[in-house]
Write a protein that binds this ligand. Structure first.
Ligand SMILES: Cc1cc2nc3c(=O)[nH]c(=O)nc-3n(C[C@H](O)[C@H](O)[C@H](O)COP(=O)(O)OP(=O)(O)OC[C@H]3O[C@@H](n4cnc5c(N)ncnc54)[C@H](O)[C@@H]3O)c2cc1C
Length: 358
């Protein structure tokens, strides 16, 4: 919810309110939010990859799919060939299945550095969006990617990660907010022209992070506005300039100056052109069904496939679409995980009512 913009989809906001009404009471302190021990890559992706490899799954990295051929008849859809960037192709056999993550919010991401801003890339550099655009032209049931990727100025925002060989900043924030690292929510600088927020995860955030190294992450929802202290837009700023703006809002420029001077700080700005794509207003059918009607061996996965009632910008949504795809195409006797339905529970409605009228 901390990435909704004024122009974001009202339908999506409504889904959020209904889906998470039981958490509204804890919203001011982000109570009820579950966190992984380390960053999500180390805590979720790595163990899952290891588990799958042990089961015989083969991952081929660095391969880009540029097109998929289909056999389209009046009542059947079958994927037949996967085309790769290096002009090789995978011809699909009878028991082969294709699961396609159509669209991705981290596509075309660019990292800047301490003294260099990040570059804003576009749709043409993005494998996921260009592939979905190509496929969407082949059948109306493959959805319409354009509302999600054709207006980068409404979809982008910028983030940054700071790494410090010093604990002054984190100690200051702990004192200031009363939260030990990893227990607080987002801290938003509400007067910031960029609408900056920071999140201090539990330390260490990476399993191999030395004790004296501290890390935090932040973002700004309005990267095209000039800062309150730095006379540049966030998009034009290097990592050093973004941190200076943050210190200004927290009134710690003097406190942090010697640490910066000693070279103990790094900050990497990141441009993410599609990060808010999933909240863009959409029409029914823009997001394809997970299993298009008549599909024999093909399904869509992820944030831009339709999982009725569920909310995007979550790992859970992608997992649910994967369950819908696999349990729908195979005989597994398994059921898609039900969503927790709290909308009609008077206890939560009352607590939410009290919370929003506080
Ligand atoms: C900053 C940030 C904060 C977030 N915070 C949270 C949070 O607190 N809680 C939460 O639940 N979720 C959060 N999310 C959302 C969550 O991380 C995503 O929804 C989820 O990771 C999406 O997973 P996915 O597998 O569907 O898609 P992705 O992770 O986008 O994976 C798509 C994959 O497909 C690959 N690909 C794309 N096109 C091609 C091609 N043509 N050929 C080959 N490969 C291709 C990409 O390289 C990528 O690896 C956050 C996301 C971001 C960016």
């Amino acid at each position: 919810m901390f990435a909704f913009q004024k122009w974001s989809s009202l339908a999506e906001m409504r889904r959020y309110m209904q889906r998470f009404i039981h958490l509204v009471d804890g919203l001011p302190k982000l109570g009820g939010v579950m966190r992984t021990k380390y960053n999500q890559y180390d805590s979720v992706v790595r163990p899952m990859k290891k588990y799958l490899e042990e089961k015989g799954v083969k991952f081929e990295m660095g391969k880009e799919v540029v097109d998929i051929d289909f056999n389209l008849s009046a009542d059947k859809i079958s994927a037949t060939v996967i085309h790769l960037k290096n002009k090789t192709e995978i011809v699909l056999r009878e028991n082969d299945f294709v699961f396609f993550t159509n669209g991705s919010i981290t596509e075309s991401t660019d990292n800047g550095s301490w003294d260099k801003p990040a570059k804003l890339k576009g749709v043409e550099e993005s494998g996921a969006w260009t592939l979905w655009k190509k496929i969407a032209k082949k059948d109306p049931s493959f959805g319409n990617p354009n509302p999600f990727c054709d207006n980068i100025d409404l979809q982008k925002w910028y983030s940054f990660t700071a790494t410090m060989k010093d604990s002054t900043f984190l100690d200051y924030m702990e004192n200031f907010s009363g939260n030990v690292d990893g227990t607080g929510g987002l801290v938003t600088m509400i007067d910031s022209n960029w609408l900056m927020s920071i999140v201090i995860a539990r330390q260490p955030h990476f399993p191999n992070q030395p004790n004296d190294v501290k890390i935090f992450w932040g973002y700004g929802l309005y990267p095209d506005r000039k800062g309150n202290y730095i006379n540049k837009t966030m998009a034009e700023c290097s990592g050093a300039e973004i941190l200076e703006e943050l210190y200004y809002h927290l009134k710690i420029q003097e406190l942090m100056a010697p640490i910066t001077k000693a070279g103990k700080v790094n900050c990497i700005p990141v441009a993410m052109p599609f990060i808010d794509s999933l909240f863009m207003p959409r029409n029914k059918g823009d997001r394809p069904d997970v299993i298009p009607s008549g599909s024999t061996n093909f399904a869509f996965l992820g944030q831009f496939a339709e999982a009725p009632k569920d909310c995007v910008f979550t790992v859970e949504y992608s997992v649910r679409t994967a369950q819908m795809a696999v349990y729908g195409l195979f005989d597994t006797d398994k059921k898609v995980h039900p969503m927790y339905e709290s909308t009609h529970n008077p206890k939560y409605l009352l607590a939410a009512l009290k919370a929003i009228s506080r």
